[in-house]
Design a protein around this ligand. Structure first.
Ligand code: GLA
Length: 394
């Protein structure tokens, strides 16, 4: 099946579920928001640094129809049971019984002052691996915000929608993430990477040249972001920042420091604080090198930035795992691979490899064999296309 045919089949399955749950009519609309991979800039967004995500052609689809009352009825094509609530019941933070619906509910809360007191019926589905480092949660948030904006004529810009979605994830769901995923999903441009300066949420687009392809390597090891490890990294970086402010100089974010500052604060900056700060400071340089390499069409230099980022993420940031280490090492051992790194938060999920165009069929078999031999699990592979941002598709 071609990609377009697969997407049409997905939209058809959403509409079929919608009709069986809620009754079909001509008033339901279908929207799409993409996921992303991040080329380089691991865990820099919440440290006020720069990141370089690429929006992909996979994402989350939503069939939605506004209601005349205050009910919210949410379904997923992947799950039999749905989640129902009333607008007034949502509160200011996620409720455990709402499960995945906490993401759309957080968006509804974020838009509450702008929205009429009307709920909606909705079916979600998608082709993005869930909870695996490709921003499935941001895509759920952005597709919801974008759909509500369009259906109720709110006139918000995609940048504002991204900020509302970020608020949904950080305040309502409770993951202390940065702005990268929501911005990538809301502002993606086909054929481009988004060079996002998280210190002030400004950004520019960098064209992707034809000298490489991005191959996703899915370890199939799932992880949940709301779990303590992510928020623990955020807290450790906050502590490192406090140490640097006291013993080097006072700067607004961890990403604003340099190696000389770390050396200056050396007697006080040790253990995990030194490791986290060293990753952040060196990763900022890798993003600059990555952007320069992308602009120069230098796939080798870009790949080297990825692999070096991967080492720092594993050794100093400690968010890798045996599966991610093995799959990136196996990929980098293949001819035609410029570099590889985990993408997203880490702890499992997907990695990406930068490969010579057309080399996927050669690269995949040995990487798969190595992974199956080590872990007894069949990994997933997919060559990505840099797709655009959210849109109406039906
Ligand atoms: C997750 C978070 C992002 C970012 C990455 C790590 O995807 O949602 O905000 O911190 O991890 O780079």
């Amino acid at each position: 099946m071609t990609e377009r045919a697969a997407q049409s089949a997905l939209v058809a399955s959403l509409l079929a579920r919608f009709a069986s749950e809620f009754g079909g009519s001509r008033q339901e609309a279908v929207f799409f928001a993409p996921g992303r991979v991040n080329l380089v800039g691991a865990h820099l967004d919440y440290n006020g640094g720069d990141v370089l995500p690429v929006t992909v052609d996979l994402g989350v689809y939503l069939a939605i129809r506004p209601r005349d009352d205050d009910r919210l009825r949410l379904r997923s094509v992947d799950q039999r049971d749905g989640i129902d609530a009333r607008l007034g019941e949502l509160g200011d933070a996620r409720r455990p019984e709402h499960g995945w619906a906490a993401y759309p509910f957080g968006v509804v809360r974020g838009l509450a002052e702008r929205l009429p007191e009307r709920g909606f019926d909705a079916v979600y589905g998608g082709d993005l691996p869930m909870a695996s480092g490709m921003s499935s949660s941001a895509a759920i948030e952005v597709v919801t915000a974008y759909a509500l904006d369009r259906l109720h004529g709110l006139g918000l810009e995609n940048r504002e929608l991204a900020l509302i979605c970020h608020g949904a994830e950080s305040r309502y769901v409770g993951v202390q993430c940065g702005i990268m995923d929501q911005f990538a999903s809301a502002l993606g441009r086909a054929g481009h990477a988004l060079w996002l300066h998280c210190a002030d949420a400004s950004f520019e687009y960098v064209e992707i040249h034809a000298g490489f392809q991005v191959l996703v390597l899915d370890t199939k090891k799932t992880r949940t972001l709301a779990g303590g490890a992510f928020n623990q990294r955020v807290a450790e970086c906050g502590e490192a920042l406090a140490i640097l402010r006291m013993h080097a100089r006072s700067l607004p974010t961890l990403a604003a420091y340099n190696e000389a500052d770390l050396a200056h604060a050396a007697p006080w900056l040790a253990g995990v604080h030194l490791k986290r700060a060293r990753h952040v400071v060196s990763e900022m340089q890798r993003v600059a090198r990555g952007v320069a390499a992308l602009r120069a069409g230098d796939s080798r230099a870009l790949g080297a930035a990825l692999s070096s980022s991967n080492r720092s993420t594993a050794v100093d940031y400690e968010v890798s795992c045996a599966e991610l280490d093995a799959i990136t090492t196996a990929a980098c051992a293949q001819p035609g691979v410029f570099g590889a790194r985990l993408t997203g938060a880490g702890f499992g999920g997907c990695a990406i490899a930068l490969i010579e165009p057309g080399s996927a069929e050669r690269v995949i078999p040995p990487v798969r064999d190595d992974f199956v031999r080590r872990f007894g699990v069949e990994p997933g592979f997919r060559v990505l296309t840099a797709g655009g941002g959210p849109r109406r598709v039906g």
